[in-house]
Design a protein around this ligand. Structure first.
Ligand code: 5GP
Ligand code: ZN
Length: 118
């Protein structure tokens, strides 16, 4: 079957190698790469290798695969840079601040008092 893609989607272009990224991890279903405008050092995004606009559209098996990759990458990032804490988050819709409509998890390493998000 053809992969699920949106030709106008920047993350689909990253998956297909049309746009570059700093790859952190990948497997058959998911890709993790550095955020281009990091909110803190180590800010990483995890995406499914299929185009689904938001959480509501995600199939269960890919939701699980993205969460598994998120945990693995968060653990590796924690071991690599030793943050004081870490936030995982994702946005759905403009009111939540979503800007890229290809589902993605944020991995955000934190330092005490950094104030990058509340
Ligand atoms: P959202 O606000 O939709 O939750 O997050 C989108 C994220 O994607 C932002 O943190 C933004 O910096 C990141 N981003 C947008 N365009 C690109 C890109 O071309 N490459 C990478 N690596 N990150 C991007
Ligand atoms: Zn996409």
């Amino acid at each position: 079957p053809l992969p699920v893609r949106n030709p106008d989607c920047i993350f689909c272009k990253i998956i297909d190698g049309v746009l570059p990224c700093h790859k952190v991890y990948e497997d058959d279903e998911t890709l993790a790469f550095m955020d281009i405008f990091p909110l803190s050092p180590g800010h990483t995004l995890v995406i499914p290798k299929e185009h689904h606009p938001d959480l509501y559209a995600m199939p269960d098996h890919l939701t699980a695969a993205v969460m598994r990759t998120t945990r693995r990458v968060a653990l590796a990032m924690a071991q690599a840079i030793g943050p004081d804490g870490m936030n995982l988050f994702q946005a759905n819709g403009p009111a939540a601040g979503q800007t890229v409509y290809h589902f993605h998890m944020h991995i955000l390493p934190r330092r005490l008092g950094d104030g990058v998000i509340s």
